[in-house]
Design a protein around this ligand. Structure first.
Ligand SMILES: [Zn+2]
Length: 341
């Protein structure tokens, strides 16, 4: 059965789309709203890029990428690695720029999917934080069907919807609105859970009670939420999809807490075991690039790492070629294909 994927340049026949990275940021501003004026840190150079990268988005210069031309260059590098489509999950609150996404997509000849929805409450203005479920639902539906932020560029996915721990009342309303907007538009939901082992389960309860189709809901960030994999099976049993989206991050220091993050091979060993248990259709992978030093122009691995280096590691972890294709194409494609009604 044919279907379409809604890109920033319009609807595209799903069958015609090749390899995908499902959770990235192309144009973004993750600097805390209170710190956005006057970025005082020194420029990122070859001499300091390793240290800046190691401390990730602690450096505000590293935590924002606002230039569509830089985005186009990174998309071209992704295409050279065999990439066909990138999803920029920058939701409202972290510098979403639909017109810039469209320009970068056209310049590089790479499909880009934009995101409807809102990020965590800390990044939102007072005007947004007062919106009720009905207003948020209408807004998310319009973002998918009419256009984002006053443009005619439409979203093809709802989220990452940002959630904190404990969850903020606004974030609960955004989840309910996402569930209703997903039912109306057929777009999949992606959720950034709060930093707690119970956070994903609370989110699933809210989504389920609001009528979401859990097979079209993705819980992000398994890497830092369940670093050793403990908890992932129970989450899968609820019916959702799970995402390892820290591919390319392989270091001891975690800039957001105490988690001991897995390596790429460690992630793939967990994924291989879950495939063997029959969960393969509900596993997705990505890099969640949201710092400049992870991009190729600053010596980083870029959006193409999973395509360039992933298959070799996946085979080493014991994944067969069709499972590799499932991770790099079929699973994300199913989630991105609009499923109305
Ligand atoms: Zn993200």
């Amino acid at each position: 059965m044919a279907g379409v994927v809604r890109t920033v340049c319009g609807d595209v026949d799903a069958e015609a789309i090749g390899r995908i990275v499902l959770h990235e940021h192309l144009l973004f501003d993750l600097v805390r709203p209170g710190q956005r004026n006057g970025i005082g840190s020194p420029p990122i150079t070859m001499a300091n890029r390793w240290q800046v990268d190691y401390r990730s988005n602690e450096n505000p210069r590293n935590a924002r990428q606002l230039d569509p031309e830089v985005a186009a260059g990174e998309l071209a590098a992704f295409a050279a690695d065999g990439g066909a489509l990138l999803v920029d999950q920058s939701t409202f609150g972290i510098g979403r720029n639909p017109e810039g996404q469209r320009r970068a997509s056209v310049a590089a000849g790479v499909h880009v999917v934009a995101a409807a929805g809102t990020y965590v409450a800390d990044y939102l203005d007072a005007e947004t934080l007062v919106l009720d479920v009905a207003a948020l639902t209408e807004r998310f539906v319009a973002e998918v069907e009419t256009g984002l932020d006053g443009t005619a560029v439409c979203a093809g996915l709802i989220g990452e919807i940002g959630c904190s721990w404990p969850i903020h009342p606004f974030e609960q309303r955004a989840l309910v609105a996402a569930a209703q907007a997903s039912r109306r538009t057929g777009a999949t939901i992606s959720v950034h859970p709060g930093r707690h082992v119970q956070a994903p389960f609370e989110i699933v309860r809210i989504l389920e009670a609001a009528g979401a189709d859990l097979s079209r809901c993705v819980i992000c960030h398994m890497d830092r939420t369940y670093p050793d994999g403990e908890g992932v099976r129970a989450l899968l049993e609820t019916g959702v999809c799970v995402e390892w989206d820290f591919f390319g991050i392989e270091q001891s220091h975690y800039w957001m807490g105490e988690a001991e993050l897995p390596t790429d091979l460690g992630r793939l060993h967990l994924i291989k075991a879950l495939f063997d248990e029959g969960w393969g259709e509900r596993i997705v992978v990505s890099h969640d690039i949201c710092t400049c030093t992870r991009m190729t122009h600053l010596g980083g691995h870029g959006y193409g790492h999973l395509l360039r280096n992933g298959p070799t590691l996946m085979r080493r972890a014991g994944l067969t070629p069709d499972r590799v294709e499932q991770l790099l194409r079929h699973n994300p494609l199913r989630l991105l294909t609009l499923s109305p009604g």
